[in-house]
Design a binder for this molecule. Structure first.
Ligand SMILES: Cc1cc2nc3c(=O)[nH]c(=O)nc-3n(C[C@H](O)[C@H](O)[C@H](O)COP(=O)(O)OP(=O)(O)OC[C@H]3O[C@@H](n4cnc5c(N)ncnc54)[C@H](O)[C@@H]3O)c2cc1C
Length: 376
């Protein structure tokens, strides 16, 4: 039994746990971050680091937009190794149907004060000359950006430590108890609040959580500094992200500050093993080459996989657990946890401190998935 009692124990030093920890420390709470592996070594190391506004639902828009504004606020504080790049996104419309979707998206964003620009076929080709000819156009969202997520997680941990927080590394939490946590080596640590931010591992610590693993593949190339200027995503990506059953791939490519290109992405449910699946990889790269034929001539350096933590309604779980009085959840961020880490931290800590929030918190409350349906 550790003699120390903390106000808050944060389980997991991914980008979500790290952001929550620094927010707790900022409030003057004593906080310990307990991490089984290394800082930012889970999905945070696997993700693309696209800070992106998305509009699958009003709630998703609200959290991504709020979070992006929070990223913009700290942009000048981010250390060099976080590789912040304000490259913007171009959503590619391959045909007239996707162009209609680009226009719909443009209206939604403009109505909510997010700057956007519709590109016709010619301006798309000028913006990204490597794209294949014959595309209908696209939507440019200049406010989106890119970071290198594990270094952002480390930056947040460092900030928490500078404010008196503690990092307990290489410590696997075995269980969440009535008044704290119990580690695999038998140590117990007490806390007023326990935050389960263990990403795709969170259901192991909180049985019954509806969080499923959703595997993704990525490929990184050698350095080709002038190949691409924006993060470029096919509008068909939205269909892939929406699918809740089939394996899917979609063209999504990102220029890194190093000059490398990060090529994504795939989505698979019900796969527990992290090996690179060559058939999915081939589908993903074929799709990328369809849009950027010049990719064929570039060399790739590394391929890897990671697991998104997916909820049934594609919104994260942020707030108190329905039954355990000291337990809060900050998990289930699927493919947007890098973007939404900062908004999550603000919403979570406001609830711990019993304060109001900048955006309505109801859509993200864990109680929504545990409540009995109302009967008339
Ligand atoms: C291929 C891919 C591409 C993506 N691209 C993007 C993108 O472009 N933009 C975006 O916003 N998001 C993206 N994401 C999603 C994003 O990476 C995740 O949502 C985010 O990293 C989740 O962070 P997290 O802190 O919740 O989880 P994680 O980073 O997985 O952290 C959880 C931590 O908990 C620790 N842990 C687990 N169990 C225990 C235990 N028992 N005891 C102690 N510690 C424990 C783990 O070691 C880990 O460090 C992508 C994800 C994937 C897989």
């Amino acid at each position: 039994m550790s003699s120390k009692t903390y106000d808050v124990i944060v389980i997991g030093a991914g980008i979500v746990g790290s952001a929550c920890a620094v927010e707790c420390a900022r409030e003057g709470l004593s906080v310990a971050i307990v991490e089984a592996g290394i800082v930012g070594g889970g999905a945070t190391a696997a993700g693309m680091g696209h800070l992106v506004v998305m509009d699958d639902s009003e709630a998703q828009f609200a959290l991504t937009r709020y979070s992006q504004q929070l990223w913009d606020e700290i942009r000048d504080e981010l250390p060099h190794e976080v590789e912040h790049d304000a490259c913007g996104t171009i959503w590619i419309a391959a045909d007239d149907e996707e162009m209609a979707e680009a226009r719909r998206k443009a209206r939604v964003y403009s109505d909510r004060d997010v700057p956007v620009e519709i590109l016709d076929a010619q301006s798309l080709a000028e913006a990204e000359p490597q794209l294949r000819p014959g595309l209908a156009g696209g939507l440019r969202v200049p406010g989106d950006s890119v970071i290198y997520p594990p270094c952002a997680a480390q930056f947040f941990v460092d900030q928490a430590l500078a404010r008196g927080g503690e990092l307990i590394l290489g410590a696997a939490v075995e269980s969440i108890t009535a008044n704290g946590i119990s580690l695999r080596d038998g140590t117990s640590i007490a806390a007023g609040v326990i935050v389960n931010s263990a990403g795709s591992w969170s259901p192991q610590l909180t049985p019954g959580l509806e969080v499923k693993k959703r595997k993704g593949h990525l490929v990184i190339t050698d350095r080709y500094p002038d190949f691409l200027r924006h993060q470029v995503v096919e509008l068909g990506y939205l269909k892939s992200a929406h699918s809740v059953t089939a394996d899917s791939v979609a063209f999504n490519i990102q220029p890194r500050k190093t000059g490398q290109l990060l090529i994504g992405s795939s989505r698979q449910y019900d796969v527990e093993e992290s090996y690179v699946d060559v058939s999915i990889l081939a589908r993903m790269l074929d799709r990328a080459v369809e849009y950027l034929p010049g990719l064929r001539k570039l060399s790739s350096l590394r391929t890897w996989t990671g697991f998104r933590a997916a909820t049934p309604d594609k919104l994260p779980l942020i707030g108190p657990h329905a039954e355990h009085q000291r337990l809060y959840l900050a998990t289930g961020h699927e493919g947007l946890g890098i973007t939404t880490s900062l908004g999550t931290a603000k919403l979570l800590v406001a609830q711990i401190m019993n304060r109001g929030t900048a955006i309505p918190v109801a859509p993200y409350l864990p109680a929504r998935v545990t409540q009995e349906p109302a009967h008339a």
